[in-house]
Structure formats: structure tokens, C-alpha cells
Design a protein around this ligand. Structure first.
Ligand SMILES: [Zn+2]
Ligand SMILES: [Zn+2]
Length: 363
């Protein structure tokens, strides 16, 4: 038995209840959860904007200790502390075989129908949203989605590796391919944007611009060394200010970490001709982004996608933990506070109201 925060009805309080975890199926492991960040994506999931089907356990990135393995899963995992990121790496699907594990079929070929991992008191099966289900004391996870981590850092800090840190650092390094001295604009200074900002600084960005409507988050971006921080309320004025500060051209790299389609359009418009824009947010399933045609078709601007930072989980998570250990990335400005599982609704409310940059459910 394990306590879990179950999404039983869209838009209703989480049901904190005892569930019976199913015995691990072939290739799966049971992980005793240490910590799971409350990601802003789960506010959208709770509102029913991203097609999650109740009853389900949200929480798509986590950390914990492997306590049991199912048939065919490596027994050596038992007792290991593992990061459970948002993306598996099966090594065998089409995408893994061509070196693009961030589109691993073990997650993305499921069509949004996730494995059942537990049974509620009513006997009905409960799924794990995104194949993780981190808002529970125990998780049933594919052995392809747990990655051992060696670090002296506490689990609450390391829990941020699986979504925010990997997507933030990966967007800068793997996707935008930041070269020393390049100018960077970050649209949205939430938990993802602030990791992008720290990564841009750590990897040698030139001038860094941050566009963020929330005053408290703008203040954090300033403390983290952004050169110019704007509220972005007037899009045209924002583009003009950034162009003015970049020789009339626009930035080399724009990183969007906000969600609204208008923010994605703004990010593209902030770049110079030939600049790169990395889009990461999503507002609601089915939304379209309108982009300026000449600027994208004729002026060589590149529109890039990030999915979990295009990281190779087996190698990059340990490396990114090293960035935290050496202080190149600082968790403090991002990690607002911790929550007990019983406080899951409060964590959601404070994420939705932007009071928290990142709250972490600790067990
Ligand atoms: Zn997330
Ligand atoms: Zn795969």
C-alpha cells in the first residue's frame, strides 16, 4: 500500500488516499519516492488542458530509491538512488536507435494512454500520468526511465534534474548550441526560464535579456545576472528595446519558457535574422502559433523544439548534477519551498498563482 495524490476528477481537489500498487510487470521497477517537483505543467493537467485521463497520478519527474524489480528488470538497480525524468530512454525504439531518445517511443507512441500502476479502494485501476506518477509514496516505473545518480546533494535538489534542469540546460547547450558571447533572450522566468538563465550564464552567453510579467520573478532574474529585464506587457516596445540593445538586430538566441502562444511569437520576433528560437511551453492541447511569415520564411530564423532538453539521460543527468555540485547552477532561486503530499492542492494553487517558482513535494 502507498499514499498517493490521485487526480480523480478534472478541476477538483486531489484525493490523498491509500492505493494498492500493482506488482511490477516485466521490465518495471518499484521506486520509493524521495521528492517530486510540482511542475506548472500539472496545473494544466489538473485543469484538463493536456488530455490526461482520470483516475491518474500526476507528477512527471521525480527521484527515489529502487526497492523492487519486476521480471527482466536489472536486479542491480535495487537500493540505487535514481532520477526519474520525464522521458524514458529504451534504447530499442526507432527514435532511440537514431540517437534521438528524447522522442522515445516508450512514452510518445502510447498516444496518451499511460500504464495502470495501482488500484484504489473502489477496485478501479489508476494510471501514472506521463509514465511517472511522482505524487505518490511509491512509483511503478519502466526500468528504462530510472537513471542511477551518484551525488551528495539532497534528493529534493536532485529531483529538479528530471524536468527543469535537464530541459533548461539542454535547451541552451544541446538545442540552441550557445556559442561564447552570443546574446540570449529568455521569455518567461519561471522554474524553466530561471534554469535557462543560469545555464546561459554558466556557458558563456553575452548579454542576457529576460521578459517576464511577474514582478517577483523579474527580481530573481535580476539577482541572477540578467542584463535587461522587461515585463513584456507591450510586445512591440519589448522588441524595440531588445533590438536597440543589440545593434538594431535582435538576439542570437531566444528561449521561450512561458507557454502562451503570444510568448512564442514574441520569442521569434526578438531574434536577429538567422537567429535561433527554442520553444518549450504549451498553453493548451490543440493551440496554434501564428508566426510572422517573411521573418521566418525569408530571414533564416530557425524555430527549434525542445523536449526535455534533448538530453541523453544515461550520461547527461549525472553531468548536470555536477553543475549543481560545483555551484554553476544554484537551486535556491528556483526552489521556493517544500510540501508534504497532504498539501498537494496548496502546491498546485501556489504554482498556478505564480507564488512559487518551484514547490517540491517531499516524502
Ligand atoms: Zn515539468
Ligand atoms: Zn526508445
Amino acid at each position: 500500500m502507498a499514499r498517493a495524490g490521485v487526480l480523480r476528477e478534472i478541476g477538483r481537489p486531489f484525493s490523498i488516499e491509500e492505493v494498492e500498487l500493482l506488482a511490477p510487470a516485466a521490465g518495471r521497477v518499484i521506486v520509493r519516492t524521495h521528492a517530486s517537483p510540482f511542475c506548472s505543467t500539472d496545473v494544466k493537467n489538473w485543469k484538463g488542458q493536456l488530455y490526461k485521463i482520470p483516475p491518474t497520478i500526476l507528477g512527471h519527474a521525480s527521484i527515489g530509491e529502487v526497492v523492487e524489480v519486476g521480471p527482466g528488470a536489472p536486479a542491480a538497480l535495487v537500493g540505487r538512488r535514481v532520477v526519474v525524468p520525464g522521458t524514458p530512454e529504451c534504447g530499442a525504439c526507432y527514435y532511440c536507435s537514431i540517437g534521438e531518445p528524447w522522442q522515445c517511443g516508450e512514452l510518445f507512441d502510447l498516444g496518451g494512454i499511460y500504464p495502470d500502476v495501482a488500484r484504489g479502494a473502489d477496485g478501479a485501476l489508476i494510471s501514472c500520468a506521463g509514465c511517472v506518477g511522482g505524487y505518490a509514496e511509491l512509483m511503478s516505473i519502466s526500468a528504462n526511465q530510472v537513471f542511477p545518480i551518484d551525488s551528495d546533494l539532497p534528493s529534493d535538489v536532485l529531483s529538479m534534474l528530471g524536468c527543469g534542469v535537464s530541459t533548461g540546460v539542454g535547451s541552451v547547450v544541446n538545442i540552441a548550441g550557445l556559442r561564447p558571447g552570443e546574446s540570449v533572450a529568455i521569455v518567461g522566468a519561471g522554474h524553466l526560464g530561471l534554469w535557462m538563465l543560469q545555464a546561459a550564464r554558466a556557458f558563456g552567453a553575452g548579454r542576457i535579456f529576460v521578459i517576464e510579467p511577474h514582478a517577483g520573478r523579474r527580481a530573481i532574474a535580476e539577482r541572477l545576472g540578467a542584463d535587461l529585464v522587461l515585463d513584456g506587457v507591450d510586445g512591440e516596445a519589448t522588441v524595440a528595446r531588445v533590438q536597440e540593445a543589440t545593434g538594431g538586430r535582435g538576439v542570437d538566441i531566444a528561449l521561450e519558457a512561458a507557454g502562451p502562444t503570444a510568448a512564442q511569437r514574441l520569442a521569434v520576433r526578438l531574434t536577429r535574422r538567422g537567429g535561433r528560437t527554442v520553444l518549450s511551453g504549451f498553453e493548451i492541447g490543440g493551440a496554434d502559433v501564428a508566426l510572422p511569415q517573411v521573418e521566418t520564411a525569408l530571414q533564416s530564423r530557425q524555430i527549434l523544439s525542445t523536449q526535455n532538453g534533448h538530453v541523453h539521460m544515461r550520461t547527461d543527468l549525472q553531468r548536470y548534477a555536477g553543475l549543481l555540485e560545483r555551484g554553476l547552477l544554484d537551486p535556491k532561486p528556483v526552489y521556493t519551498r517544500s510540501y508534504a503530499l497532504d498539501e498537494l492542492d496548496l502546491a498546485r494553487d501556489r504554482s498556478g498563482s505564480l507564488e512559487d517558482v518551484c514547490g517540491i513535494v517531499v516524502f
